[in-house]
Design a protein around this ligand. Structure first.
Ligand SMILES: [Zn+2]
Ligand SMILES: [Zn+2]
Length: 370
């Protein structure tokens, strides 16, 4: 079992004073706070070590026990790391379980094991430029979360004071009332069923162990993000309580609309003007791509207005894992000249004579059919 020197964790000598311990904790906690070191899991592990060390060394009773015999003390004291809880209650009761006098008082509480409570999920939104959503972007969002209180390390007890076994229920968290045939168990009001009670609440968090805080969170928006998509940032929601894990942060995307490229699933639809001559005779044309650049498209002779062509793989990347890139849908709009020159008119009139067709013949036949 790993045994950490709690003084060493805070960079202190064994004879450090209360003020020195507090100062060292505050300095290191700020430096290694996960918010100050996004994307660095090592920092989060370190931060928990620091919190654990401070939790013990700031508490006169626990400090005395630790100073007396650090090896027996640290049964389960090594920090957990990862996305787990941000310290607090589970470590607390583990520690209390280990030694004499207080152990008896807290033994019962430990037996019923405090319920770990996962922190709440928090949702924020982010506005994205069309291109950033298409290509993916790493951005920062501001989220207000319930964060672990730095001053009490999440315990809710004023620094230097302890949590006590609840005097009303004797640490059981419940009363049992005899109702004749059966015994009725009800939760203790004083301690809210916790079995322990905070004699002097931490002034920074009013005893809740958490404080509301705005934090900047770095979030990676995947390429091809759609409007209204939820991007999950694990463990960056509100802090868990009683050793419970943090909630998650959800970032909802609002993607700026493009005036030309309309998203449909992972496809983009773009309307492309085509001259009536090109539409009639066919042509090789170029169309713009959503991310910039152009792609060639062969327009067959006799293309009608509104006809759609699919350019494979030129749509949006899929934001889903393993998803396939979408297509670019080209919708043809045949442009009819508003004005023609005298010569053009002559040519077109000659063309009309040449064709001598009645394009509405089928229409009238259809209209009198039934
Ligand atoms: Zn506090
Ligand atoms: Zn109680």
């Amino acid at each position: 079992m790993e045994t950490k020197d709690l003084y060493g964790v805070l960079g202190l000598k064994r004879d450090a004073s209360k003020d020195e311990i507090r100062a060292a904790y505050r300095k290191l906690a700020r430096k290694h706070h996960p918010d100050a070191n996004p994307d660095d899991p090592a920092s989060e592990v370190k931060f928990k070590e620091i919190q654990n060390a401070y939790e013990t060394l700031s508490n006169p009773e626990k400090k005395r026990q630790y100073d007396a015999g650090p090896t027996s003390y640290f049964g389960q004291g090594s920090p957990t790391g990862g996305q787990g809880g941000t310290g607090g209650f589970s470590e607390f009761s583990d520690l209390f379980g280990g030694f004499g006098g207080l152990g008896d008082v807290f033994g019962r509480q430990q037996a019923q094991s405090p319920q770990k409570i996962r922190g709440e999920d928090v949702t924020v939104s982010v506005n994205l430029k069309f291109r950033d959503a298409l290509e993916g972007v790493t951005t920062r969002v501001r989220a207000t979360v319930e964060d672990q209180c730095m001053d009490c390390g999440g315990s809710g007890a004023a620094p230097g004071t302890t949590m006590r076994s609840c005097p009303d229920c004797g640490g059981r968290g419940t009363y049992t009332r005899d109702q004749g045939f059966f015994a009725l168990s009800e939760s203790c009001r004083k301690c809210g069923g916790e079995g322990v009670y905070i004699e002097r609440p931490c002034s920074s968090c009013s005893g809740s162990g958490r404080v509301s805080r705005a934090r900047q969170v770095t979030v990676r928006i995947p390429a091809g993000a759609r409007d209204g998509m939820k991007v999950r940032v694990p463990g960056r929601g509100s802090a868990g309580r009683k050793g419970g894990p943090n909630g998650d942060l959800y970032v909802v995307t609002h993607v700026e609309e493009h005036p030309l490229f309309v998203r449909r699933g992972d496809d983009f639809v773009v309307e492309v003007p085509v001259s009536f001559v090109e539409a009639t005779l066919g042509a090789g044309i170029e169309v713009p791509k959503p991310g910039g650049g152009r792609v060639k498209l062969k327009l067959p002779a006799g293309t009608e207005d509104g006809r759609q062509f699919k350019v494979r793989g030129e749509g949006s990347p899929s934001a889903r894992k393993g998803g396939v890139r979408g297509d670019l849908i080209v919708r043809v709009r045949v442009v009819v000249p508003k004005k023609v020159t005298k010569r053009e008119r002559e040519i077109l009139e000659a063309l009309a004579d040449e064709r001598d067709e009645d394009v509405r013949q089928a229409l009238f036949e259809g209209a009198t059919d039934r």
